[in-house]
Design a protein around this ligand. Sequence first.
Ligand SMILES: Cc1ncc(COP(=O)(O)O)c(C=O)c1O
Length: 357
Amino acid sequence: MINVIKTYMPDKDKYQKYVDKLFSNSWITNNGELVQELEKRLATHLGVKNIILVANGTVALEIAYRALEIRDYVITTPFSFVATTSSLATNGLKPIFADIDKESLNIDPVKIEQAITKNTQAIVPVHVFGNGCEVQEIEKIATKNGLKVIYDAAHAFDITFNDQSILNYGDISVLSFHATKLFHTIEGGALIINDDDLVQKARYLINFGIENEELIPELGTNAKMNEFEAAMGLCMLDEMDLIYKKREDIFNYYKRELEGLVDFQKWNENCSNNYGYFPILLKNEEQTLKVQHALNKKDIFPRRYFYPSLDTLSYIEPKQFCPISRDISKRVLCLPIYPTLEQKDQRLIINTIKESL
Ligand SMILES: Cc1ncc(COP(=O)(O)O)c(C=O)c1O
């Protein structure tokens, strides 16, 4: 069976050494040594000032909204994983969708501007599949209208914009280190916070709002990353060069073979690529399902990602309609891409797609 993703497992002996250490010192959570070490190494690796590791990407989004004290209406994209929108709704915020650009698949800055009202407090764009948003445009709109920007950068590990980390844009960027991501910590996530004054507050928020044994200044939650997760991250970091090389080869092979037969996401030319996903756009839903079924018959499972468009979620009020996102979500398929995908399996995927088209 070939799935859209296979979790990367780093060197087992190296991980075992970390586990041995944890068994001997029994410090396995609560801002342990490995979490601290991973925060330092990631800040350098990514080129960011402040990074806080947390339990997952969803809770990182929630902490970001709370740290910035966002209320009321938030403009976001309908073309994302459900957590982008559900994290708003579960925190009592109202998602207002701005439709996407049909080529970049990212939120369209023109639509953001059109959606702003006096109740808007923030914008939550997503760097979809690692493709950087138009961050300078979004910054201008936010400054002009006094809005906060929280980037859902779950897919944007190591992405640069004009050779600087894209995570430095916005007030806060949020990463996911879920096992399906190209860099992972089993479960995990991070907040990249550009305002130094906010960092301490976010640190209280992830630890029940506690400052010290006597002071609880914030209404917090439990969003801590544990040491076994941090150990996984440390092992993964050592193997990133190899991971990118393998992913890049797979990505380029798909691109060469499928060019002209299907459409690709248009990449932001100021951004680097991390080869995290390989989405293809088919002509219509019928063709998409045909290709999906042909692959499924051979035990290959691409993913309709993202489907459905989030403006169709039953629990979101007011009801909204984003035609571009709805159209794209019906005809997108993410093809299998992971470092251990064998070339013969990739050939089979490509041939099956070609036959079914
Ligand atoms: C775009 C996007 N946002 C948010 C999340 C949530 O991250 P997590 O699964 O770590 O909670 C994900 C991931 O799965 C995602 O793809």
